[in-house]
Design a protein around this ligand. Structure first.
Ligand code: ZN
Length: 464
């Protein structure tokens, strides 16, 4: 890392006056940290890909990587052995949808009233809370008006200055004029700033992505739908819309409730294709806030990394998601939180109706075999509590193993770290957690992580 090498060069130049050998020794030490060996031992260890539970489980960690995994591994001389007792060893959790730059009360004026420096300090606290809850990797889906401040948080974590997960970051999300996050509930004459960066054409999307890339983004987040509303059955505008007819969206066989939800699209398929092509040029991908049709079809055809929220997916879109292996990220926890914390009874009724619709559609998606990933949309509810998402995905129709595989395997792919994280396997980063009991019997143990290692370093010792 360039950032790491800078301080050591400065120090090297300073002590050069005192003697060259000291400088050389310091440089070598900075580049080659000693490889400490740690052996983790626990009653169980989940092999994520096969679903096999090893009993007991052991992992040999050397430096930042996993060296060996099994029911027993070599114990090199001098290795530190950490016995985690009656727990299950798992890879560090992946949250595919977070907002480090939001805290509870997101529907109030926090993004208007709080300065970016203040929000950055809170984001640092949020990153720490998520890591302590077991999240060692996250995709931050937009700073909501804090611009590229997330690049400073990521870089500080990577430099070891503050604790936090590995991060994929987008800077601001991208939105159309008058779109989902464009301060649409405020008096336009007051010119309240959008929480996203404007782009109204394919060329503008590419220009914004280049600017964000220059400022440190690692992928692009696009708002593709909104505002959302429940409508009387069969009355959704999409049904009579030539755009929807063109892509074959009609009545969904066997699902009379399907068109009780409506959300306008923001970008066309061609515009999303431009975003995906630019992302590919930058070796990355595009994540979309996408609640329903026809936007979901546009996004899947264009080849985005995941469909986030994914409340309404037609049969044809679900088939395409299976074929192209594009996961849905249902984000149940935020829907539940908004329904349970609505400011008025009328708002609570609206939020609950949407959650009920979402649960109904999710069951259809699971039955259709849509690939899933796990993302909570944490931020508007407290950081560090988002493992609730595992419980909700199981409650609404998936098995505990399927949810864990969705989190680790599809999450790692979405974050484009599929050969680095999400498995307990030799060569992968030593991002490891321990949970009490057996998560395949009781998924709620994911909310009680007892031990966290990231990059081979114990960041949360057992029992704290
Ligand atoms: Zn979000």
């Amino acid at each position: 890392m360039q950032r790491n090498s800078k301080p050591s060069f400065a120090f090297c130049a300073y002590i050069f006056l005192a003697g060259f050998p000291a400088c050389l020794a310091l440089s070598l030490a900075a580049q080659q940290p000693a490889k400490a060996s740690i052996v983790l031992h626990a009653a169980r260890l989940l092999e994520v890909e096969t679903g096999k539970m090893l009993e007991p489980g052991e992992i040999l960690v050397e430096g930042e990587r996993i060296q060996a995994v099994g029911t027993s591994v070599g114990h090199p001389q001098g290795a530190q052995v950490i016995d985690l007792g009656d727990t299950t060893l798992l890879p560090g959790l992946i949250d595919a949808h977070v907002h480090l730059f939001l805290h509870p009360g997101a529907e109030d004026l926090q993004t208007v009233e709080e300065s970016v420096p203040w929000r950055t300090i809170l984001a640092e606290q949020a990153a720490r809370a998520d890591l302590m809850a077991g999240y060692t990797a996250e995709r931050d889906m937009g700073t909501e008006g804090a611009g590229s401040a997330d690049s400073a948080v990521r870089d500080a974590i990577n430099a070891g200055l503050i604790p936090g997960p590995r991060l994929r970051i987008s800077g601001n999300a991208i939105d159309i004029l008058g779109g989902h996050e464009d301060a649409i509930d405020f008096n336009p004459a007051q010119h309240v700033l959008s929480n996203a960066d404007y782009a109204n054409t394919a060329d503008q999307i590419v220009a914004v992505m280049r600017e964000q890339h220059k400022e440190g983004s690692s992928f692009a987040k696009v708002y593709e739908t909104g505002p959302d509303r429940m409508v009387p059955a069969g009355s959704a505008p999409c049904l009579g819309d030539p755009v929807c007819a063109q892509i074959g969206l009609g009545e969904e066989p066997g699902d009379p409730e399907f068109w009780q939800f409506h959300t306008p699209y923001q970008y066309t398929e061609a515009q999303l294709e431009a975003a995906v092509a630019e992302a590919a040029r930058l070796d990355t991908n595009v994540g979309v806030h996408c609640q329903g049709e026809p936007a979901a079809r546009f996004a899947v055809e264009a080849g985005v990394a995941s469909i986030d929220h994914a409340t309404q997916l037609s049969d044809g879109t679900m088939q395409l998601m299976k074929q192209k292996h594009i996961p849905a990220v249902p984000t149940f926890t935020i829907f539940e939180y908004f329904a349970d914390h609505a400011p008025t009874p009328a708002a609570a009724a609206r939020e609950h109706a949407m959650l009920d619709y979402k649960i109904h559609e999710f069951r259809r998606q699971v039955a259709a075999g849509v690939p899933m990933a796990v993302g909570s949309d944490v931020g508007p509810f407290p950081h560090g509590t988002q493992a609730r998402e595992f419980e909700l995905m199981v409650k609404y129709g998936m098995t505990p193993l399927a949810v864990l595989q969705a989190d680790y395997l599809n999450g790692a792919r979405i974050l484009t770290w599929q050969n680095e994280i999400g498995r307990l396997k030799a060569g992968y980063y030593a991002d490891i957690i321990a949970v009490p009991g057996n998560p395949l019997d009781d998924i709620s143990v994911m909310e009680h992580v007892q031990f966290v290692m990231k990059n081979g370093e114990v960041v949360r010792p057992s029992g704290r």
